[in-house]
Design a protein around this ligand. Structure first.
Ligand SMILES: [Zn+2]
Length: 608
């Protein structure tokens, strides 16, 4: 037998196996019997399963885009199963797996209830006014059949009359939708209720905006402003791959945050913030961020991020690209859409550099390491020491994106930019039908720029080199200075908050409690602990900003202060030797006398 023949045979077997698996189909029906108590009832009809003794059904433990194991199965109750209308045995065999004894029947019906009362863009919430279904926290899947197609019938409740979702409607069947596989289902949030829906078309794509919870928004203004963002994003990639796109906007008293999906997004906003210029800009920033994700992470993505493993952490060292570059491009889209001015663009990026440089963790944690540990550290699982050990892959990635962009524009004398890398990577990933590796991404940057980025990677991606902001800004004709350079300002090295519990507060006095201690500072070396109550510094009662107290600001670096703290009911006297405050305060301005090369780099970088 020739190798060719055996490969053909192997391919045939795989095709057979795939076609057998593809016979599994799932029909969901969701009802809301007690929405006021935050419950959904789910019926799941699974057909085409193998004639074995049992079938396992599973609940995802996380939802893509939000890198934290959330254990959605904790909200499941009342699980039961039937075959041909008769109840059959089922049992829980792991934290998120139920085993249904179908006794060789090919079809089985599963029923369960889900409690949904967590307000966020990545968790489900149901009450008498509406239901927001973050699909990965509502729907189960038959083990081993993530590729199975499913339909979903939604039974409206009370006066609910609208459903907003990126899922494809099933023709001729009211309130019924289709997902070709579970990746699509889990990537399609669903809003059910009485939301205010309006539409606009941009870049040839119909866009639905579903406003939930009311608000002082101006629909006509939003249609124009959001369309500009869509068009600028589409210009970068040259293509907008969706036919229909849905913005589900949750308006709360104070809301924020967003979660990206293939052809939809969920945004949190403040109900009455639309008439406040800063809040409105913040909303458009969020629109730009989540919309950019439809290319960067939902399609052009690291290999680890799809197809997903819904039961475990999906590790990647590239969130600095997926999230950080998206934060960076938020700035570029806002500038190009005319929503911000050049000065705002430069100031925003200058601010991002300052944020990274003033994070002690940036000296210990690289962009790649920060990405990998998203599941256990940083924003999703912060602790009192996070600032010392972790740098945000959003902030660091935003800065790295900017440096890379300018470096490419400089190396090509203004002919290319990071835009060309993003477009080329998008096209490569779509053609290959898979995500990129670290090496492939770096190779594309080098191909577009025509120079090596090995040193850049070692400094800024896998390393913790200080940001050479003056050098990069200068390449683009921007002058940037650190107002604090050369100054020797003493710092205590701890952040504090006002404690409100305990006997002292009952007596009416707010206590000053240590919230964080900066690595290498006097407080760190002197043994000040988080949760210590500061009683006095050199005999003076503490204030909310320790460094601004004259007992600190009037001293010199190297001077020692006596600190009395109360810890677990006991008083301790500590000596804190003041260190120099190393925080930067950056200011940037556009060089009037920029050279032709600097202008060419700046124009390509900003793209205006
Ligand atoms: Zn994001």
């Amino acid at each position: 037998m020739s190798i060719k023949k055996s490969i053909l045979g192997f391919v045939f077997l795989i095709t057979m196996a795939m076609s057998l698996k593809a016979q599994v189909k799932v029909g969901f029906e969701i009802s809301f019997i007690e929405p006021q108590a935050h419950y959904a009832e789910i019926e799941m009809n699974i057909s085409g399963v193998a004639a074995k003794n049992y079938v396992d059904v599973k609940m995802p433990v996380w939802t893509p885009g939000s890198y934290l194991v959330r254990e959605f199965s904790k909200s499941v109750e009342g699980f039961g199963a039937e075959v041909s209308g008769k109840e059959v045995k089922s049992e829980k065999v792991s934290k998120n797996t139920w085993r249904v004894y179908n006794n060789k029947a090919n079809s089985v019906k599963v029923k369960y209830r889900v409690y949904a009362f967590e307000i966020s863009v990545r968790t489900a919430f149901i009450d008498a006014s509406h239901a927001f279904l973050s699909s990965a926290s509502i729907f189960m899947y038959p083990a081993g059949h993530l590729n199975a197609p499913s339909t979903l019938k939604i039974n409206l409740w009370g006066n609910w009359n609208k459903i907003s979702t990126g899922l494809e409607p099933v023709a001729g069947q009211a309130n019924t939708f289709y997902a070709k596989d579970f990746d699509i289902l889990f990537d399609s949030p669903i809003e059910v209720g009485t939301q205010d829906v309006f539409e606009f078309t941009a870049s040839g794509v119909r866009h639905e905006v579903a406003m939930v919870g009311g608000g002082n928004y101006d629909k006509e203004k939003l249609k124009v402003d959001m369309a500009k963002i869509v068009e600028e994003g589409t210009k970068i990639f040259g293509v907008n791959p969706n036919k229909y796109y849905v913005f589900i906007v949750h308006n709360y008293n104070t809301g924020s945050g967003g979660l990206e999906h293939l052809n939809s997004t969920v945004l949190g906003a403040s109900r009455n913030g639309y008439t406040n210029p800063a809040r409105y800009k913040g909303f458009l920033d969020l629109v730009a961020h989540e919309y950019f994700h439809l290319w960067n992470v939902k399609r052009m993505r690291p290999v680890a991020l799809g197809p997903f493993d819904y039961e475990n952490e999906n590790y990647t060292t590239n969130l600095w690209v997926s999230e950080g570059f998206t934060s960076y491009y938020e700035n570029k889209l806002m500038l190009r859409a005319g929503h911000t001015k050049i000065e705002d663009f430069v100031n925003s990026l200058t601010g991002a550099i300052g944020t990274v440089m003033n994070t002690p963790g940036a000296k210990a944690n690289s962009a790649a390491a920060s990405s990998f540990d998203a599941w256990i550290n940083g924003a999703y699982r912060p602790n009192e020491n996070s600032r010392n050990t972790f740098v945000s892959y959003y902030a660091k990635g935003e800065v790295v994106g900017m440096l890379m962009d300018i470096e490419i524009a400089h190396a090509t004398k203004g002919a290319k930019s990071l835009d060309d890398v993003m477009k080329a990577m998008y096209e490569k990933n779509m053609k290959e039908g898979k995500g990129y590796t670290d090496a492939e991404f770096k190779a594309m940057v080098e191909k577009i720029a025509g120079i090596s980025f090995t040193d850049f990677w070692a400094k800024y991606v896998t390393g913790t080199h200080p940001i050479e902001f003056e050098k990069y800004f200068a390449m683009a004709g921007i002058k940037s200075v650190n107002n604090k350079a050369g100054q020797s300002i003493p710092t205590f090295g701890a952040t504090v908050g006002r404690g409100v519990s305990g006997p002292a507060s009952m007596a009416g006095a707010a206590r000053v409690i240590v919230g964080g201690v900066t690595r290498g500072s006097g407080a760190w070396n002197g043994g000040v602990n988080v949760n210590d109550e500061i009683i006095s510094i050199d005999g003076v009662a503490p204030e909310a900003n320790i460094d601004r107290m004259s007992v600190i600001s009037s001293k010199k670096v190297g001077d020692v202060v006596k600190v009395i703290v109360q810890r677990d009911g006991l008083r301790h006297e500590l000596e804190v030797k003041l260190t120099a405050n190393e925080n930067v305060e950056l200011r940037s301005s556009i060089m009037e006398d920029a050279s032709e090369l600097q202008k060419a780099v700046r124009n390509r970088w900003m793209g205006i």
